[in-house]
Structure formats: C-alpha cells, structure tokens
Design a protein around this ligand. Structure first.
Ligand SMILES: Nc1ncnc2c1ncn2[C@@H]1O[C@H](COP(=O)(O)OP(=O)(O)OP(=O)(O)O)[C@@H](O)[C@H]1O
Length: 243
C-alpha cells in the first residue's frame, strides 16, 4: 500500500551553508501516529518545512500518498499535508471561526452548502462547533489551537503535522486535545518536546538528532532507553516513569 509519507535521502543546507539534514529516510503508513522527537537544533522544523514544500529538497525526495513534493504539485501537496503551527495566531486571521475554517476549502473551490457542511464537520471533530460565529481572538489559547486544527482538517488532509501541540495548554486542555487527536481517523506526525504526550498519543517515535534519524521504534521502548535519551539531550519530566 502507498505510504502516507515517504522521505528518502533528504539532505538540506540553508543558504548560509548550515547543513540541517544529512540524509533522512522515513516512511509513515496511513493511520499511524508518530512523534518526532529531538533536541533543539536537530532539524525537526527543517524536516517539517520540506513536507509541504516551504523548503524544497537539496537532495532526496518527499512524497505524500505517492505524490512527490515539487513546484508543480505544491497546491495539492499543501492540501494533503495539514500543518498546525505552534502558535494558532499564525493560522487564524479572519473575523470569525467560520471564515477561518472555510478559507482553505473555499480556495479549493467549495461553495454553498457543501462548504458550510465541511466547516461544521471540521469544527465538530475538534469540539468547537458552538464557537462557529465567534471571533477567534475572543477564544482561549486552547480553543484557538483546536480551531487551528479544524482549519487544517477542513482540507481533508492525508497527514496532519503538528508542531508542539501541547505547548501552553493547561492540563485539562492538554488532555482534551489528546482525546481529539486520538479520535481523528488521520495520519499524524507530531513534533514535540513533551515526551509524556508522545507516549500518550503515538505508538511510534523517531529521534531526529544532528540532522539524521537516530532512532525509530515504539515510543515506550525509546523512552525507556535512558542512555539513548541522554545521548540526544532528551529528558523525561522528574519522577515520570515509562514502565
Ligand atoms: N534560516 C536558517 N538559516 C541558517 N540556518 C538555519 C536556519 N534555520 C535553522 N537553521 C539551522 O538548522 C539546524 C536545524 O534547525 P531546526 O530549526 O530545523 O531545528 P529544530 O529541531 O526544529 O530545533 P527546535 O527544537 O529548537 O525547534 C540548526 O543548526 C539551525 O541553527
């Protein structure tokens, strides 16, 4: 079966010469939820920016459900790869939640009842339908993050890519978002420094370190390997036990 995401020998250097990725290979199957872990400066953001063509491969290839990321495929790739930024305010800019969630599908040509239904379905999936006519800036941070997820779900993406989804959330909002993400029938790649969140949500984790994949396996196995974690500047919260 075609993978949701396939990255092959991806290498990238920034224009100033900083080599951020040194040949990343990665395959994520449809329906998997995978955590992308790694210390600051590991290359996580650089990798994510290749998934929807914000950056284009220096060397190597990225394909999303079989479609290679390239200048020609950019529009379809950006529909297939739903990027949820760390700061929802980078994603929400319309007067109402409805307008924000409608923005992407309207750009794809949806209109009328079909568009409204798409908006309502996406908001229902994140538990935010009641806020449909509210201005995003009147919502709490946690609510705005859920609406940001809805803006991406409304595009019916192949893969949802979340940058630090648990950051700045209080414990209840953090748990609610985890429940929402678990309930979605979509492939997920989640960049996080929150190792317990990775364990809660993702069966599988990758460690990206120094621009290469240093580990790829069951989250529980990776987090139980104290030596591996220490070797890549990863730390579980004080007192947290994986067993
Ligand atoms: N615009 C840029 N120009 C030059 N070098 C860059 C640029 N952006 C990032 N880098 C470098 O590329 C490497 C990878 O950075 P990247 O932001 O991808 O890491 P990261 O894993 O996302 O880190 P963090 O956890 O801190 O967000 C680092 O050495 C960084 O200094």
């Amino acid at each position: 079966m075609t993978a949701s995401l396939e990255v092959s020998r991806l290498a990238y250097a920034y224009p100033d010469g900083t080599q951020a990725l040194f040949g990343v290979d990665l395959r994520i199957e449809r329906g998997e939820r995978v955590a992308l872990l790694g210390p600051n400066g590991a290359g996580k953001t650089t990798l994510v920016m290749h998934l929807n063509g914000i950056l284009t491969a220096g060397h190597g290839t990225v394909t999303v459900a079989g479609l290679p990321v390239s200048k020609d495929s950019l529009k379809e790739i950006r529909r297939r790869v739903g990027l949820v930024f760390q700061d929802p305010d980078d994603q929400l800019f319309m007067p109402t939640v409805r307008d924000d969630v409608a923005f992407g599908p309207a750009n794809l040509g949806l209109r009328g009842e079909e568009l409204q239904q798409r908006v309502k379905d996406a908001l229902t999936r994140v538990g935010m339908l009641e806020a449909i006519d509210r201005p995003p800036h009147h919502l709490s941070f946690g609510q705005r993050r859920r609406v940001a997820v809805a803006t991406v779900l409304a595009m019916e993406p192949e893969i949802l890519v979340l940058d630090e989804p648990s950051s700045n959330l209080d414990p209840a909002s953090r748990r609610e978002l985890a429940e929402i993400l678990r309930s979605l029938d979509v492939t997920v790649l989640m960049v996080t420094h929150d190792l317990p969140y990775a364990l809660e949500l993702c069966e599988r984790s990758l460690i990206l370190s120094g621009g290469v994949i240093a580990a790829d396996g069951p989250t529980r196995t990776i987090l139980a390997d104290a030596e591996l974690l220490a070797g890549h500047r990863l730390e579980l919260p004080y007192g947290f036990s994986v067993a």
